[in-house]
Design a protein around this ligand. Sequence first.
Ligand code: ATP
Ligand code: MG
Length: 410
Amino acid sequence: MSAIFSISATSIYYFFRADLLKDQDERLQTLAQAAVPSLQTIKTKGTKDLNKDLPWRNLFDSQQSLEWFDADGKLIAREGTNFPNFPLAKSASTNRLNEGSPLVEQHGNIRSVSIAVYTDSLNKKILQLEGYIRVNESTKEFDQRMGQLQLGLEVGGVIVLTLSSVSGMFLTLLVIQPIKQSFQNLKQFTADASHELRNPLTVIMTTVELMESHSEQFSADDVRKFKTISTATQQIRHLVEDLRFLSHTDALTDTNVLDYPKVPLDEILQDLADTFETDAQNKKLSFESYLSTDIHIKGDTRQLKRLFANLLENAIKYSRTGGVVKLFLEKHKLFAVVRVEDTGIGIPQEYIPLVFQRFWRAETARLQAKEGLGLGLAIAQAIVQRHLGKITVSSKVGVGSCFQVHLPLA
Ligand SMILES: Nc1ncnc2c1ncn2[C@@H]1O[C@H](COP(=O)(O)OP(=O)(O)OP(=O)(O)O)[C@@H](O)[C@H]1O
Ligand SMILES: [Mg+2]
């Protein structure tokens, strides 16, 4: 935008300048033409009758001067103010003059137009050079006006750019507002729906549990159906809890980040390592943990367990038999750094920015593990954010993945 404006402003400036200079040159040339008859008068009678020679006087103004030269280029008379201190015309320019075209020169702040004056010789066939007339004009006023134009364009440019940026921002806000509002409504709906679904789900769960506890009163087929209802209800409850958790995180701002108590991260991870080692072995994977001791952070134990459980669950879920899952904990400057590495299916590079999006799952992941909603990493990221940390991922298809979490030390 500013580049376009600069180009337009520069073009306007140079267009005006060229136009004004052309006007000025034409005026000077007219004055020089008007002074042609007086050359003969000066050559024959000297300068005493010059003031009576009116045609050029009518055109003359205070910023200008007129000079008469003989055929050899020698100054023979001058009138006015602002005389240039350079000789008539030198070498190349004299040739041009003698060809009959006016010669325009600019020296400092004086602009000159010179013309050659010819008269018919006696036999009327050969033109004879009589002398030269040079008209000069100070360009100080012109330069001042051009300076004002430049300043006007610059100030105007700044005003136009400011106004267009402000109106651009205003329009963007105007356009974005409804989108923001509907996004906000969607978040609010998710928060409300997940809240409202909790009670009916609890009723279903307790009823099914009650029926299961009196299984002797029902047929074996009915009991199997209760089991199916119970599993499905559990899944819905998990989803509802996850959505509730994410809605709650969305509502948090930097100013209301919770102040958590100091917790031993090494012990939390050791507990998880014990649980997931068994899960890994069940899937014929080896599990290794390398945990530095005495590492404390400010956090919520339940959430931290959820965060690292989600990462370990993925590492196991997206690995094939014979793979290795590793869990590391170490201190790095002011942070506790946790790494979960696997030798699993990996994530294609172009999908890496998507993995933390809600409900996103890679096609290969769907084939490898049917179960999953695509919420585990979104929740992991939300927990990391609540703890003022950072989560990153690096991965290579067919080689494995590494999720790294930085959390500030207590
Ligand atoms: N360790 C990993 N190896 C390969 N792909 C992974 C790994 N972790 C995550 N992904 C990819 O990122 C997607 C999102 O992971 P996320 O944990 O959010 O969802 P999910 O595991 O599919 O389902 P769930 O909601 O049960 O966790 C996965 O579906 C998978 O494509
Ligand atoms: Mg997952």
